[in-house]
Write a protein that binds this ligand. Structure first.
Ligand SMILES: [Zn+2]
Length: 316
């Protein structure tokens, strides 16, 4: 795996000249400060790419290429579905707007927000150390007070509130043969919830990967749905997002139990209803879950205008 070099990082930073100065400044500082996390996200996704695709193929009976036994017997003009992976380093537009209105002081604190809690704990520890002189104790107390003020200021800002509401929509996207991984929102979300960036990256990437498979994938018998009904016209996002999260949960529970906290937060609890409704109805312990899920998915691919209720009737 190739890590980002200083030069590559600078190129990314210079790329977008439309963003305003303050956003650029923050983006630059942030990306520099979090180089390790950026590399961890990329390495995690690249390292698990094959494993995730294989698991998804098995779970859903879909594949990005026509199975070899079909290729031999039937001539098909297209044998592979191409998906590109794009790592995006920009600040989302909605956060740029907030940044324009945020005091520079808060932004500066914000960049170091992750270190405030550990610093507070350290002060508390030092305060209670019996070997300290009174002068030292006072110094630690003053520092604690100052840190708490900063913490409060950051936590009552619009910026912080925006970060609390980060969802799949901001962290990843699938469309037009591309999976886009939004690096900065992933890091901010992981910080805010105290999750590891690796675990968040896996969950976000897998969700988009399920979209890619259900949209572009060939069936295991070689069938391809040429009108790609899952994403056309009157798509029912309860079904589309429900399928993405259902397959995600199945695979994550089995292969990545360490992502449990992220699953609970991002999939079951703090997501909007169209993301969580279906998974909250599913019985993940049912012995027929794969079978029913696949039947419902295939039916939906054949009949994209089906109602959510009819989908549920097959899937549950
Ligand atoms: Zn989605």
């Amino acid at each position: 795996m190739k890590r980002l070099t200083e030069k590559e990082l600078m190129e990314i930073l210079k790329k977008d000249d439309e963003i305003t100065e303050i956003s650029t400044q923050l983006q630059e500082k942030f990306l520099n400060e979090r180089k390790n996390d950026i590399n961890l996200i990329i390495e995690t996704i690249e390292k698990n790419d094959r494993k995730l695709k294989q698991a998804l193929s098995e779970a859903g009976g879909l594949s990005l290429s026509v199975p070899s036994h079909v290729r031999l017997s039937n001539f098909t003009s297209q044998t592979r579905a191409v998906i590109r992976k794009v790592y995006n380093y920009d600040l989302p537009v909605s956060i740029r707007e907030i940044l324009e209105k945020t005091e520079q002081e808060i932004i500066n604190f914000f960049i170091h927000y992750k270190h405030i809690q550990p610093a507070l704990s350290l002060m508390k520890f030092l305060e209670n150390n019996y070997q300290n002189t009174e002068q030292e104790v006072n110094l630690f107390r003053e520092t604690s007070k100052h840190l708490k003020k900063i913490k409060q200021k950051v936590e009552s800002s619009d910026l912080y509130n925006w970060i609390k509401q980060i969802s799949y929509l901001m962290m990843g996207r699938f469309g037009e043969h591309q999976i886009i991984i939004n690096i900065i929102p992933i890091i901010l979300y992981a910080d805010n919830r105290n999750f590891s960036v690796q675990n968040v990256a896996i969950v976000v990437y897998l969700h988009e990967l399920v979209h890619a498979y259900t949209f572009l994938g060939f069936d295991k018998d070689g069938h391809q749905w040429n009108d790609s009904p899952l994403y056309n016209g009157n798509k029912d996002s309860y079904i589309v997002e429900g399928l993405a999260n259902a397959y995600s949960v199945l695979i994550l529970k089995k292969l990545y139990p360490e992502t449990e906290n992220v699953i609970d937060d991002l999939i079951f609890n703090n997501s909007t209803e169209k993301y969580r409704d279906f998974v909250n109805r599913l019985n993940f312990n049912s012995p027929r879950i794969y079978e029913n899920l696949r039947r419902a998915m295939i039916e939906f691919k054949h009949n994209p205008s089906m109602s959510y209720q009819s989908f549920l009737n097959i899937a549950l």
